[in-house]
Design a protein around this ligand. Structure first.
Ligand code: PHE
Length: 370
């Protein structure tokens, strides 16, 4: 009798937990909320939270976001993704930002057949050979090409010093794509190397400046770009800087001050120039909520959430395999950063924006279509 009671109790508890679980759809979010590139995580999270506020349900159920902090670290990114899948039972994951971190977590998503949708990782290897890893952003062969053409046509550069962060797959890849297209057009490059976390770039800068380059191209992330730009100005460099999407964070200007005026960078979005109707709505809602204008990463975070939600809706199911199929057949989805189509290779093809830092503001220069 006692056994029967215990058993009934257990069954009742199980049923109750299923009933609760059935009421919500859990989506994991893996972001660098602390550590070297924490500004990236904070900005994406702003976009995701706003999107969740505006679109809180899917398939008639409440969306529950489970945020995990990767601490800007590859190993921790893998741990977070593993925890979200095995402990939190999420049906899909938004993240990470840095290509190296998404690449560290991707094998786990692949193993458990849970869709991992990166808002911002642009290195081609992130999705290469993968089934469950996709993204809502363009990739670096395009980003590097856009920068090379801009350097030649707009900045009239014939030579470039190229700084690569060897600790980041993103930077190594992006530098190579830039160099390929810049040299194919007759440009000369001087290569310099550093690592995430470095503070003193005077040796590499002295060497680079001895060649009198027309432009300094830095393919890394904002903490090092800011310090490097400051030190380059101190060494007398007056020319332009060119960087990739990894340059954009408030800290760039906070750390470097006027040294980054004249820094151009390729990006995904500029709040002065939303390209879609939802983009305009996003800018207004974002400014209302956060009292500041949205960054490219906030826009990508917003799109990442919406594309995941739209995939769940079209799948008509919370089965991760079906959601994944729906993600990879996203067609012409109206996002904030443009119309998003994701191919069976997991990549999105989209236009790029070029911004310039003018008086400490990220100012729109132009849009380049693929
Ligand atoms: N593209 C970068 C990477 O792959 C991440 C990034 C995107 C950073 C957009 C800032 C803005 O690592």
């Amino acid at each position: 009798m006692k056994k029967v009671l215990i058993l009934t109790g257990i069954i009742a508890m199980l049923l109750a937990s299923f009933a609760i679980a059935d009421d919500v759809v859990k989506i994991g979010v893996a972001l660098p909320m602390t550590g070297n590139i924490s500004s990236f995580g904070q900005m994406v999270w702003q976009g995701v939270e706003l999107a969740n506020e505006m679109f809180p349900t899917v398939l008639g159920k409440k969306v529950e976001l489970v945020l995990g902090d990767t601490r800007s670290d590859k190993t921790e990114a893998a741990n977070v993704i593993s925890r979200l899948i095995n402990l939190n039972n999420v049906v899909g994951i938004l993240g990470e930002v840095a290509s190296s971190n998404t690449m560290a977590g991707a094998p786990i998503a692949e193993k458990y057949h849970i869709p991992l949708l990166s808002p911002a990782s642009t290195n081609p290897l992130v999705t290469q050979g993968k089934t469950y890893t996709s993204r809502v952003c363009f990739i670096d062969p395009f980003q590097g090409h856009v920068a090379a053409v801009f350097a030649i046509k707009n900045l009239k550069a014939k030579s470039a010093a190229v700084f690569t962060d060897v600790a980041q797959d993103y930077s190594v890849g992006l530098s190579n794509f830039f160099i390929k297209d810049f040299t194919a057009a007759g440009g000369v490059v001087y290569k310099e190397y550093y690592q995430s976390g470095d503070q003193d770039f005077s040796a590499q800068l002295t060497d680079a400046l001895s060649h009198n380059p027309d432009v300094i191209y830095i393919s890394g992330y904002y903490p090092e770009i800011a310090l490097m730009a400051k030190q380059a100005r101190q060494l007398g460099y007056k020319g332009p800087f060119l960087a990739g999407d990894g340059a954009e964070a408030p800290e760039l200007v906070q750390i470097a001050g006027s040294a980054v005026n004249g820094l151009y960078y390729t990006s995904h979005f500029n709040a002065e120039h939303p390209v879609t109707k939802i983009g305009q709505e996003f800018v207004a809602k974002f400014e209302e909520k956060y009292h500041t204008s949205p960054s490219a990463l906030a826009a990508l975070g917003f799109d990442d959430y919406l594309v995941m939600l739209n995939a769940i809706e079209r799948a008509g199911s919370t089965d991760p395999v079906k959601i994944n199929e729906a993600i990879r057949s996203t067609k012409n989805f109206e996002g904030v950063t443009g119309y998003i189509t994701i191919g069976s290779d997991g990549n999105a093809v989209k236009s790029a924006v070029i911004n310039e830092v003018v008086n400490g503001q990220f100012t729109y220069v132009t849009t380049i279509n693929p």
